[in-house]
Design a protein around this ligand. Sequence first.
Ligand code: PGA
Length: 257
Amino acid sequence: MATPRRRPLIMGNWKMNLGPAEAEKLVDELLAILPPEPQADIAVAPTFIAIGPVCRRLAATRAILPGAQNMHWEDHGALTGEIAPPMLAEAGVRLVILGHSERRAIFGETDDMVGRKVAAAYRHKLIPVLCVGEQETERDTGATLEVVGRQVRAGLEAGGPPSDGDLVLAYEPVWAIGTGRTPTTPEIQEVHRFIRDEVAAIAGQATADATRILYGGSMNPKNSAGILALPDVDGGLVGGAALDPAGFLTIILSATA
Ligand code: PGA
């Protein structure tokens, strides 16, 4: 069977960097250098406080899709400090990163919470970017696929993608995030293929074939071409390297090469 073609997605995760003015500036810099018809979808996830200005800046163009880094699963309520899915949708957000390892490790997010968030994203027509990935000790002890499989199943348990819904997963080995280290390309391909098979078991082969599985963890302009050329890698979730417009552009162009 021919390998289905999936449009690559390159998403910048700006983490807790760039206030509203700096975020708008980076968006302007990106808009100025992006090719008129990039062969990849491009998205950025600013901090919550910068989402309004960034969405307004991007309202007139489809060149960059606005994203968010997190959200709660409830629509509203007494949840001090949280942001609800309909608020993101109202602002113009299209994609939302869910279950990032920093949320899981530092803020105690569980598989169950991440699953509720994925289901809430679909209720509000937001595209979930479900993050999964093993800790270093889990890789060392050969538990990578077991951990990643559990996270994928838990993330999709409360409601897999509806027939008109888009699904994006991001494989981010925790030990590769912000460290300059990455797995080898065969190791990345092995996990991505495994994730696609898990999605097929949960949601069917057609959904699995259409699902974009991003790699994240120290992706940079030097290593992106090799990683993005892998058959089951459909884009990147880029942290540190996404803060530099020229470097981010190089990564985008390497996805389309
Ligand atoms: P990094 O972060 O590219 O800085 O390693 C990626 C991520 O955490 O999404």
